[in-house]
Design a protein around this ligand. Structure first.
Ligand code: ADP
Length: 397
């Protein structure tokens, strides 16, 4: 049976795709359609070393997927329905309903629609991706892989906010967590590096990309994570504040007359590294800090200190720790961040090796000293491969 999976990630105005082998992870082609619905859009299709780019208006998600399929026709490789084992979809929010990937049918589409209020920015686009792919690939099984699913194993004490019962029971107010696909992938790879079954590992995993979160993972299952009801809680991110006192909303509203939407927008889009330093890109923050920029120095310090606090908190939550695992653009590439967040923790058994930490590398590796009780691992994440792997598991079950 074929192991070929087409993975689709439909965002608010973009569609990313990758055609790959769900077992080996080897990609045949990948691409993206950007600025869907705007006056002019861009399609980029990559096969091997070749990138093919075209500019044209892309009306909607159906047009986007048709354009992508057109690029497969013109530039290869061919994909007819018979050659695909599954289409795997990234779906951001599965609420507390999905702890596993699921086969898409009409009932599932209705359920994802019901969850839109929990993820008003993401689920509508994901839903559109699911519907369009069903229309264009009617004979191929479609599998939804939820970003929240991995965290459904969190114990009640970790996912419960101390708020009134009616909020929790009638309005689904609780912590859900995100980046689950990445955590599933990275935890398994980390266990391989440690030479153990994932069931025998206690990990603190740090996913530090544009969005950033931390997770405590025991035996391959999430027991806590820093993002909560929304992807705003927790670590400092590119433009998101992470943890703030929830009373700030009321203060700004009462004192300045700001609307709740304005405050939300500022916390999502104008805060984090951007709010602190004027730059949302961690590389830029690092560059400015290197030449003595005070705002960038503060941004770096606040970011690193927040990561450090979560490492300590999750170490305590787990009670024992085998490895701190870093992934995402910042986690994989910033030796400075790793040193600032994890330096000076020898008494906790965490000992970085400066030369290993600073060595430029792209593969999964240890950056801790040989004698370190707790390994520090850098593991590149691969969410598309994880979605493809999970999709194959569903169709082969
Ligand atoms: P996304 O969450 O969108 O997938 P990434 O995981 O690619 O994003 O992470 C993007 C972040 O990683 C950006 O802030 C970027 O500046 C940072 N980053 C990428 N490369 C480096 C590097 N060499 N040093 C420091 N930060 C880096």
């Amino acid at each position: 049976m074929t192991r070929r999976v087409l993975v689709l990630n439909a965002g608010s105005s973009s569609l990313k795709y990758r055609l790959l082998d769900g077992v080996s992870g080897v990609a045949e082609a990948s691409g993206s359609v950007e600025r869907i619905g705007e006056d002019s859009g861009t399609l980029t299709h990559s096969v091997g070393e070749q990138d093919h780019t075209e500019e044209r208006r892309v009306a909607d998600f159906e047009d986007a997927l048709r354009s992508a399929l057109g690029a497969f026709d013109r530039h290869g490789p061919p994909i007819d329905q018979d050659s695909l084992a599954a289409v795997g979809h990234r779906v951001v929010h599965g609420g507390d309903l999905f702890a596993e990937p699921v086969l898409v049918d009409d009932r599932l589409l209705d359920t994802v629609e019901d969850l839109v209020p929990l993820a008003p920015l993401h689920n509508p686009a994901n839903l559109e991706g699911l519907r369009v792919a069903q229309r264009l690939f009617p004979d191929v099984p479609q599998v939804a892989v939820f970003d929240t699913a991995f965290h459904q194993t969190m114990p009640e004490r970790a996912y419960t906010y101390a708020v009134p019962a009616s909020w929790r029971e009638e309005h689904r107010i609780r912590r859900y967590g995100f980046h689950g696909t990445s955590y599933a992938f990275v935890s398994r790879r980390a266990a391989e590096l440690l030479g153990r079954a994932v069931e025998d590992t206690n990990l603190v995993v740090l996913h530090l990309g544009n969005g950033a979160s931390a997770a405590a993972v025991r035996g391959g299952r999430s027991v806590d994570t820093s993002m909560g009801f929304t992807p705003l809680e927790g670590l400092v991110m590119g433009t998101r504040s992470g943890d703030v006192d929830p009373a700030i909303h009321g203060h700004l509203h009462r004192e300045l007359g700001w609307s709740l939407d304005e405050i939300d927008r500022a916390l999502y889009r104008e805060s984090g590294l951007l709010g602190l330093s004027g730059a949302n890109d961690f590389r830029e923050v690092t560059r400015r800090r290197a030449v003595g920029d005070e705002a960038a120095t503060l941004a770096f310090d606040v970011y690193a200190y927040r990561v450090r606090k979560y490492v300590g908190a999750y170490y305590a939550a787990l009670g024992a720790l085998d490895a701190v695992v870093l992934t995402g653009g910042v986690g994989q590439h910033s030796a400075e961040l790793r040193a600032a967040a994890l330096g000076g923790l020898e008494r906790l058994g965490i000992v970085l090796d400066p030369a290993r930490n600073e060595a430029r590398a792209t593969d999964a590796r240890a950056v801790s000293a040989d004698g370190s009780d707790v390994a520090v691992l850098v593991v590149p994440t691969d969410e598309e491969w994880e979605i493809a792997r999970q999709a194959l598991e569903v169709v082969e079950a």
